[in-house]
Ligand binder design. Structure first.
Ligand code: ADP
Length: 431
């Protein structure tokens, strides 16, 4: 495709060179006598001039013919072909010599293109088109073809348009490939959505009997005093809880993929949303001897509009991971306004994430090290769900990390305030 303008440029340069030569030769032909009074030999000059012209024409034709993948033509002001390259002539079913003198729009009548040609001739302004459709009247079997083309005026020294350089590059194949790819992607997307729909329906169906099962186990635990059976019931209860957490993750993830998540739009107190999420982990943090802190910048809006449950879900996942992957030090949740967003950061002093693994973090079922899942539990869906939810809420998530030093997960949400209410809750609590 890049050859297209350079082919046209080469042609223009050659035409200009040719004109210049003619001008010089014309000057030489009418030259004044030299100091000794000898007039130049006109007939000899004439022959030289013609030889030179012949050679220039050959060079010009060679330049044009060497451009194999573009159709190049030089047209006069009535759009007759003055010169065409082999590629162009062959595509029309002619040799270059046969094409010369034929009119472009007699061969291929096309009022719209003719108006474009007239526009370039009359204004002296070049035009450029991409993937412009064209149907050959004499080759209907080709159907619609597509072309990148440029039409540029050739001007004399006074700026008067004396001809037009046309260069065409067929893009039909590329267009067809693009179309086929687009259709293939659409089919794949539809199949993927169908899979997510299925997964969402299935996990929903599994969840309902699980809830009944868990309620039954809980009831038995309340009434059964036999230690052996209680032990078994405890095991069943723990496994059922893990299974339900897994099903919940799959349900959420597949709903996000199938675009079946509806977000609430309601004013909510940011501080209480943050505190509920953090409080869930205070016991786990204390057990691991970790400091767990919540810092909210004073200028942070107290009331936001959005979905507090989904925000809570993201925070729970990030804080849960931070606590899970930190064995000493602290986990800090910091919130502050940033331009027209609110920024949330969950920072830990944990094991960190190797650089080469970070790009996969937000993909589904991805765990930095599969041995971790055995050590720490988890599905590898939490961050994919968080990213999906943050995307849906109009924000962005990113991560910074140093192996062995810790990680900071930062996400933003659009700052949508529910009016200018006084701050409902106080400044910078520390747990
Ligand atoms: P999982 O349910 O396995 O925790 P996530 O999607 O939440 O799934 O996390 C994916 C993986 O990313 C984790 O298994 C872990 O390897 C890595 N990871 C996430 N958060 C942290 C963190 N704060 N520190 C270190 N590694 C993390």
């Amino acid at each position: 495709m890049k050859e297209l303008p350079s082919g046209a440029e080469a042609l223009q340069v050659e035409i200009r060179r040719l004109r210049e030569k003619i001008r010089i030769l014309e000057g030489e032909a009418g030259a004044f006598p030299d100091l000794a009074g000898n007039r130049p030999d006109i007939s000899q000059d004439q022959e030289k001039k013609e030889n030179l012209l012949e050679r220039e024409r050959d060079i010009l034709q060679s330049v044009m013919d060497s451009v194999k993948n573009s159709h190049l033509a030089y047209l006069d002001l009535d759009f007759n072909f003055v010169r065409v390259n082999v590629t162009y002539a062959a595509a029309c079913g002619y040799s270059p010599e046969e094409m010369i003198g034929k009119n472009h729009f007699t061969l291929y009548p096309h009022p719209e293109n003719e108006a474009i040609f007239a526009g370039v001739r009359d204004t002296g302004m070049p035009v450029e088109y991409h993937d412009k459709p064209f149907e050959f009247p004499d080759q209907p079997e080709r159907g619609v073809t597509y072309w990148d083309w440029t039409l540029a005026p050739v001007k004399d020294r006074d700026g008067v348009v004396t001809g037009l350089v046309l260069s065409l590059f067929e893009t039909t194949e590329r267009k067809r490939t693009e179309e086929a790819l687009r259709q293939a992607k659409e089919t794949a997307d539809a199949a993927n959505r169908a899979k997510s729909e299925f997964l969402a329906n299935m996990s929903h169906e599994i969840r309902t009997p699980m809830t009944v099962f868990m309620a039954a186990v809980e009831h038995l635990l309340q009434i059964d005093r036999n230690p052996d059976r209680r032990h078994l019931l405890d095991l069943a209860d723990q496994s059922a809880r893990r299974l339900r957490a897994l099903i919940d993750d799959i349900l959420d993830f597949s709903r996000i993929e199938a675009r079946r998540v509806e977000l609430d739009e309601e004013p909510f107190e940011l501080q209480s949303c943050l505190r509920s999420a953090v409080d869930l982990f205070s016991l786990a943090a204390r057990e691991k001897n970790l400091r767990l802190e919540l810092e909210v910048a004073p200028e942070t809006p107290a009331l936001l509009v959005g979905d507090p449950d989904r925000l809570g879900q993201v925070l729970i996942n990030l804080i849960g991971n931070a606590v899970k992957f930190t064995s000493a030090g602290e986990v800090r949740v910091c919130v502050r306004p940033r331009g027209d967003t609110v920024e949330f950061a969950v920072a830990d002093t944990g094991i960190g994430i190797p650089e080469e693994k970070r790009h996969r973090l937000f993909q589904s079922f991805s765990q930095v090290d599969s041995s971790f899942s055995r050590r720490f539990g988890g599905t590898g869906l939490g961050l994919a769900i968080s990213k999906g939810l943050i995307d849906l809420m109009g924000g962005e998530i990113s991560v910074r990390s140093r192996e062995g030093k810790g990680s900071v997960f930062t996400f933003t949400l659009p700052r949508r305030e529910a009016g200018k209410h006084p701050r409902a809750l106080g400044g910078e609590p520390t747990l």
